[in-house]
Unconditional design. Structure first.
Ligand SMILES: Cc1ncc(COP(=O)(O)O)c(C=O)c1O
Length: 392
């Protein structure tokens, strides 16, 4: 048996290598900021999700330290036992206040929040409709949950409408039971494009619940950084916000109404059976919410950098316009993309090549991300290196 496992593992690894899709994990030696140090060499970092530049922010670090002074190290237990502290409670209340929901249920990661949401809400007779490009955590949970899952073409509201009409169970008008759940990201992680949320909610109204995973929109878009839904003027039944990107930390919350929050508290296994995030982290996250909401200059700075990026690169093959800090630069084949990333590293620029299966075949890309900590000069340097490498 052991040998069979070894053979299978070896074969999978060999295949991955043959396909040129093997990934490598390399430690960075200091913080993850607009620059990074790897193997003692410093690079300008265009590969983090630290959109607002909070991951290494000193004020936020101080808040975390204060949280440790107040609450100690770990939470010591799952939330329903003794792991839920006044710091967790204050964070939940602040999130509700900021985003206009009655309840916020905290999780240690966006991955577990998404899995918990789908596993605890969906039953066998239900229909789950997901955008084809949704994050792995959503697609995987959809495949494993008992409901029927269908995927609609990326951002294609007509296709979604047809799928609801053909597959959806109509609501029971007597008890208003919802049997269909539509799930989309607010901002798509690999393309940086926005979901047409206002159109999607038109279609789901009365016929399905809508869940929006706003991992890449929260903090970055909308008034006070309230995200894609605020920008689109909608309020879905379920909103997932994650803290590993614009908030510079980690963790996540599902925002919902009172009754759904109570249901998740009782039944979401990733919440019930998992150690609560450290209270010091909840304390720091509270500070992060305050900074995200009030420090508009970070979003203004990003807007300036987008402008600089667009001005300098819009004529180069591979450039794509987005309204977000995610700037995909599509190269095509995995091998070529890897080579381009390597050549940029020789110029002290760190960019990650994103290859299949993360993106479709033939759509390998550099996933360029901008953060409020970058300077215009750094963006200009990137643009001029890309110019000369692509156009010769
Ligand atoms: C759209 C989306 N949802 C969820 C997640 C998972 O979040 P976390 O990193 O907090 O587990 C990610 C992470 O990359 C993501 O891009």
């Amino acid at each position: 048996m052991t040998q069979a496992f070894s053979r299978r593992i070896a074969a999978s690894l060999e295949l991955r290598q043959q396909q040129g899709l093997q990934r490598k994990i390399t430690p960075i030696e200091k913080g993850n900021t607009s620059s990074l140090v790897r193997n003692h060499k410093e690079y300008i970092n265009f590969s983090s999700n630290d959109y607002l530049g909070l991951a290494a922010d000193k004020k936020l670090a101080k808040a975390w330290q204060k949280g440790i002074d107040l609450y100690g190290n770990g939470s010591g237990a799952s939330p329903l036992v003794t792991g839920f502290s006044s710091a967790h409670q204050a964070l939940e209340e602040r999130l509700c206040d900021w985003l206009g929901y009655s309840r916020a249920i905290l999780f240690s990661s966006g991955f577990s929040a998404n899995q918990a949401m789908l596993f605890s809400l969906l039953e066998k007779q239900d229909l789950l409709l997901q955008d084809k490009l949704n994050h792995a955590s959503l697609i995987e949970a959809g495949m494993l949950c008992p409901a029927t899952m269908k995927r609609f073409h990326h951002n294609d509201v007509d296709h979604l409408t047809k799928q609801i009409a053909t597959n959806g169970l109509t609501n029971n008008p007597l008890d208003g039971a919802m049997n269909s759940l539509v799930v989309t990201e607010g901002v798509f992680s690999m393309d940086g494009d926005l979901a047409p949320l206002a159109e999607i909610i038109e279609v789901t109204q009365e016929r399905a619940w809508l869940a929006v995973d706003d991992a890449h929109g929260i903090g970055v878009l909308g008034k006070e950084g309230q995200g894609s839904c605020q920008l689109a003027g909608i309020k879905p039944q379920l909103l997932v916000v994650t803290f590993g990107k614009a908030f510079g930390l980690s963790g996540a919350a599902i925002m919902c109404d009172e009754m759904t929050g109570e249901y998740l508290t009782q039944f979401a296994r990733h919440h019930v059976y998992s150690t609560a995030m450290p209270p010091s982290q909840a304390y720091a996250l509270h500070q992060a919410v305050n900074m995200v909401a009030t420090e508009q200059w970070r979003r203004d700075k990003l807007a300036e950098l987008y402008h600089c990026y667009d001005q300098q690169l819009s004529s180069v093959l591979g450039y794509q316009y987005t309204q977000t800090p995610i700037k995909p630069f599509v190269v095509g084949e995995a091998e070529q993309t890897m080579q381009l990333a390597e050549r940029l590293k020789d110029k002290d620029l760190w960019l990650t090549a994103i290859r299949p299966p993360t993106v479709p075949k033939g759509r390998a890309r550099l996933r360029i991300t901008l953060t409020a900590n970058h300077t215009k000069q750094q963006v200009t340097q990137l643009a001029s290196e890309l110019h000369s490498l692509i156009e010769g």
